[in-house]
Design a protein around this ligand. Structure first.
Ligand code: SF4
Length: 320
């Protein structure tokens, strides 16, 4: 972008999920209806749950149009993503609609998904091409400890809203789960979450862990075993997507060892997934290929309920 100072718009920035993304922030800093322990913005300063105007919608739209015209052919998505919760902006539906019609570009919204219990928010978000909501738990007690919501929000309302949204929404839902050690990484948590996902029916699920400095220093990533467990339990009911590899595209790799280390770098992969992916790209993969890599210390094998998963030992953190 040129040197002009924009107030509401930034980028385009490379996003693993959305390509080149022009970010739009329609919300004042740290204004949210959650105060998640893992929030990279720190603790929420304005914990509200009432939708408001905050800023002139025309000013925001003007900036979007100008930024798009300055970055012709360099933007894949216009992405509403607040320094807080974007659905709290009451003009979000208008902004999505106008941004799409004035620029011709697809629009995504990254949201905590809490306000999807509100009909107006469901209608607003149904205008977007991709909605990326969060859901970290189905238990009220964990919800209060992990997401620390506004007092008018319960987890049952949130889940019900996300199910209702799926019923009316024709676009893509890419749901994100943030796993925090000791809070929502137990078998019980994940099994119940898997049941909720069956009803919400997201098109994709991303499992994430706090890798950036969180609001609370004790909000840390789960152990490797817990991350494997999450992939095994949730992956049984929904497709887990790994943002950093696209569709496990190995085209750029000449060597199967580097290829496989690359795709296991930040998340565990099942043995059958690895073999299938490798065979598409490389011929003559020996039967004991993974054994050799484990022996050499290139990969670590973790067995969860009879299924082998592989990780790169030195790096096991997820990415946003
Ligand atoms: S919902 Fe997002 S912005 Fe709000 S506190 Fe949680 S992580 Fe931060």
């Amino acid at each position: 972008m040129n040197s002009k100072k924009f107030k509401y718009v930034y980028g385009p920035v490379p996003s693993r999920r959305l390509g080149r993304s022009l970010g739009v922030n329609p919300i004042p800093l740290k204004t949210c209806n959650y105060s998640c322990v893992y929030c990279q913005l720190g603790r929420t300063l304005h914990l509200i749950n009432e939708r408001q105007e905050f800023f002139s919608k025309e000013d925001i739209l003007d900036e979007i149009i100008e930024a798009v015209s300055l970055n012709k052919n360099k933007i894949d998505f216009i992405t509403f993503v607040g320094e807080g919760e974007p659905t709290l902006n009451i003009n979000l539906g208008w902004l999505i609609e106008m941004a799409k019609s004035k620029t011709g570009l697809p629009v995504a919204v990254i949201t905590n998904g809490a306000l999807l219990y509100d009909k107006g928010v469901r209608e607003d978000l149904s205008k977007a091409d991709v909605v990326l909501p969060s859901l970290d738990t189905v238990f009220e007690e964990t919800f209060k400890r992990l997401n620390r919501p506004h007092k008018s929000i319960t987890i049952d309302k949130v889940i019900d809203g996300q199910i209702r949204f799926r019923e009316i929404y024709k676009g893509q839902i890419w749901l994100e789960i943030m796993l925090v050690k000791g809070l929502n990484d137990s078998e019980k948590e994940l099994t119940e979450l898997a049941q909720a996902l069956k009803k919400i029916r997201p098109d994709r699920v991303y499992i994430n862990v706090p890798i950036r400095p969180p609001a609370e220093p004790w909000a840390v990533p789960p152990d490797e075993e817990a991350i494997v467990r999450a992939h095994a339990i949730l992956g049984n009911v929904v497709p887990i997507t790994h943002p950093e590899q696209g569709e496990f595209d190995l085209e750029g790799f000449e060597n199967p060892v580097e290829a496989i280390k690359s795709i296991c770098r930040r998340h565990p992969m099942r043995e059958d997934e690895i073999i299938e992916t490798l065979k598409k790209r490389f011929e003559d993969i020996p039967d004991n290929f993974l054994d050799q890599l484990v022996k050499r210390g290139d990969l670590k094998r973790i067995n969860y309920r009879g299924i082998n998963f592989y990780l790169v030992p030195e790096i096991k953190r997820g990415v946003k």
